[in-house]
Design a binder for this molecule. Structure first.
Ligand code: OFO
Length: 166
């Protein structure tokens, strides 16, 4: 049985995944206009993934006979205080999203909704990967330092490809 409280939290997640997508799009645009082509590519790809996450939740709500409601999204900031701050913001945001997924998981346990609980496991694993890939980016950024950002920008997409086994 699909409970209203679970449906409401999933609709909240639709909004949050959409907010993630627009935040990363804005970051990508900032990076592109600041001549960080590789970082922009990484962030555009991240925004695409967030859109896919949002769609996944929308389709699931409707499949369970609920109703996915498409919200308006928060206007993201247009400017960022440099790469280090930007990726710290990405990490904080991903931790927030992990917490949000965990709250839905907890609600499915409370409501004995084992199907949704099972379906959510994909998101649980995905959040582990998302946080770890941002951690890896921050580590690399710290390693190369401010004077080698050209190398960081050149290499960031290959980090993503390695993670995806490409
Ligand atoms: Fe959808 O995982 Fe990031 O936000």
């Amino acid at each position: 049985m699909f409970k209203k409280s679970v449906e409401d939290l999933l609709n909240r997640q639709v909004e949050r995944e959409g907010n993630s997508a627009v935040l990363y799009l804005s970051m990508a645009s900032w990076a592109e206009t600041n001549s960080y082509a590789g970082i922009a590519e990484w962030l555009y790809a991240q925004a695409e993934e967030e859109k896919m996450h949002m769609l996944k939740v929308i389709r699931y709500i409707n499949e369970r006979d609920g109703k996915a409601v498409i919200p308006s999204f928060d206007k993201p900031p247009a400017d960022f205080d440099g790469l280090k701050t930007l990726f710290d913001q990405v990490l904080d945001h991903e931790k927030f999203i992990t917490g949000s997924i965990n709250e839905i998981v907890a609600e499915t346990i409370k409501e004995n909704d084992f199907s949704t609980h099972n379906w959510l496991q994909w998101f649980v694993s995905e959040q582990v990967e998302e946080e770890s890939s941002v951690h890896a980016v921050i580590d690399r950024l710290n390693l190369v330092g401010d004077h080698n950002l050209y190398i960081f920008d050149r290499d960031i997409m290959s980090m993503r490809e390695e993670e995806n086994g490409e």
